[in-house]
Design a protein around this ligand. Structure first.
Ligand code: FAD
Length: 353
C-alpha cells in the first residue's frame, strides 16, 4: 500500500513544530495533526498571570529566536502563543486542525493513524502530544466526599474566581508556588506541600535548569557519576511574583493533609480546616492514550525509548514529554535538539527502506 505521507507528527504544540522544522529541512514529506483549533498548544490554556521562567532568547525553538516582550524580562503565555503562531506560518508547516488522533495501529510496513477526521498511513510517526491533557490527581482519601470546589492546575485561571475564599493549594513545585503566590492577596490561603519547599536561589532561572539537565545527560552518556540534574538545584524557580510573595511572608508551607472531609481537610494529628476550594497542583502525565493500541508500555507503565526512538518500534518517536525523551525536552529551548535527532533518525530509516 502507498502511504499518504512519510511521517505523521501528532500534536502541533512547540514539540510538534520543532519536529516539523527539522523534517522540512531534511526534505521529508510530513503532516502535523493537532487537536486544538488554534496554534499554541498548551500555552493557550495557561492561567492569566503565568510567565516563562526564562527570558525570551532562552525560550526559543530551532531557527528563530523568540523576540523579547516589551517591558517583560520573562514573557507571558500569550507572548509564547504569538511566537508559536508566527513560527508555524514562517516555516509554512503543514498543520491540520482540529484533528484528534484516536489511535495508532500496525498496518504491515506502515503505521495507520486513525483520527476524528479520517485516517492517514505513514512510514513513521512522531508523537508530540505533551502532558497538559492528562492532569495527575493523587489518591487522597475523601476526595469524593468534599463538597467544595476542586480543580487542577490545568483548570486554574485567575484569583478573581476565588476572592475572599478559603483556598488550599496542594503542591511544592513551580505550579503550586506560582498559583499560591497568585492567590496570596485575595484569598485566605493555605499552601500544603509534601516536604519543605525547595526554592532555587533568586538569581537562578530556566537558563541554569537547561544547563543542569544538559550537563547531567552529558555525564551519563560519558559514563561519569550522575550530577543530579535539575533536581539537585531545587524545585521552585523564584520567578518575580514568587519571590515577592515569599518576601512578603505569604509562602509559608504547611505539611500535606491526610484526607479530605465533607467541609475541608484534615491532618494526621486530627486538626482540621474548613475550606471552600482545593487546587491540586500535582503535576501531569504524558498524554499517550492514542498509542495504547500498540501495546508498548513496559513493566512500569512507561514506554521504553532510546532518546526519542521507541525501543520496540523504530518507526515511532516520542518527543517533548520530559527528560526521559531528551534533557529538558519538555521546554521550549530544550526540545530543539531531540527534535533534530528524531528527524534525522527517521530520515535515515526512510532512506534505508
Ligand atoms: P503541548 O503544548 O501540550 O502541545 C501538544 C499538542 O498536542 C496540543 O496542541 C494538543 O492539543 C495536541 N494533542 C494532544 N493529544 C492529541 C491527539 N490525540 N491528537 C492530536 N493532537 C493532540 N517550558 C519552558 O520552556 N519555559 C517555561 O517557563 C515553562 N513553564 C511551564 C509552566 C507550566 C505550568 C507547565 C505545565 C509547563 C511549563 N513548561 C515550560 C513546559 C513546556 O514548555 C510546556 O508544557 C509545553 O506546552 C510543552 O509543549 P508540547 O508541544 O510538548 O506539548
Amino acid at each position: 500500500m502507498t502511504p499518504d505521507t512519510d511521517v505523521v507528527v501528532i500534536g502541533g504544540g512547540q514539540s510538534g513544530l520543532a519536529a516539523g522544522y527539522h523534517l522540512r529541512r531534511l526534505g521529508v514529506d510530513f503532516v502535523i495533526l493537532d487537536a486544538q483549533p488554534t496554534p499554541g498548544g498548551a500555552w493557550q490554556h495557561a492561567w492569566d498571570s503565568l510567565h516563562l521562567f526564562s527570558p525570551a532568547a532562552y525560550s526559543s525553538l530551532p531557527g528563530r529566536l523568540m523576540p523579547p516582550q516589551p517591558g517583560q524580562t520573562y514573557p507571558d503565555a500569550a507572548h509564547v502563543v504569538s511566537y508559536l503562531t508566527d513560527y508555524e506560518l514562517r516555516y509554512e508547516l503543514p498543520i491540520k486542525r482540529p484533528v484528534r488522533v484516536q489511535g495508532v495501529h500496525q498496518h504491515g510496513q506502515l503505521l495507520r493513524v486513525k483520527t476524528d477526521a479520517g485516517t492517514w498511513h505513514a512510514r513513521a510517526v512522531i508523537s508530540a502530544t505533551g502532558t497538559w491533557w492528562r492532569p495527575f490527581l493523587p489518591a487522597v482519601p475523601g476526595r469524593d466526599r468534599f463538597t467544595g470546589t476542586q480543580l487542577h492546575t490545568a483548570d486554574y485561571r485567575s484569583p478573581k474566581n476565588f476572592a475572599g475564599q478559603r483556598v488550599v493549594v496542594v503542591g511544592g513545585g513551580n505550579s503550586g508556588a506560582q498559583i499560591a503566590a497568585d492567590l496570596a492577596h485575595d484569598t485566605e490561603l493555605t499552601w500544603v506541600t509534601q516536604r519543605e519547599p525547595r526554592f532555587l536561589a533568586d538569581d537562578i532561572d530556566g537558563r541554569a535548569l537547561f544547563d543542569a539537565a544538559s550537563a547531567r545527560r552529558r555525564a551519563l552518556d560519558e559514563g561519569r557519576a550522575d550530577t543530579g540534574g535539575v533536581a539537585s538545584l531545587g524545585d521552585i524557580v523564584a520567578v518575580p511574583p514568587v519571590r515577592a510573595a515569599r518576601h512578603a511572608g505569604h509562602l509559608k508551607a504547611t505539611p500535606m493533609f491526610s484526607r479530605l472531609t465533607q467541609a475541608g481537610v484534615e491532618w494526621a494529628d486530627g486538626s482540621r480546616a474548613d475550606v471552600d476550594a482545593v487546587i491540586w497542583c500535582t503535576g501531569f502525565r504524558p498524554a499517550l492514550g492514542h498509542l495504547s493500541s500498540l501495546g508498548l508500555r513496559g513493566s512500569r507503565g512507561h514506554i521504553p525509548t532510546t532518546g526519542t526512538r521507541v525501543k520496540a518500534d523504530p518507526r515511532l518517536h516520542l518527543l517533548g514529554y520530559g527528560d526521559w525523551t531528551g534533557p529538558a525536552s519538555a521546554t521550549l529551548i530544550g526540545v530543539g535538539r531531540p527534535a533534530r535527532e528524531a528527524a534525522r533518525d527517521i530520515a535515515a530509516l526512510l532512506q534505508r527502506a
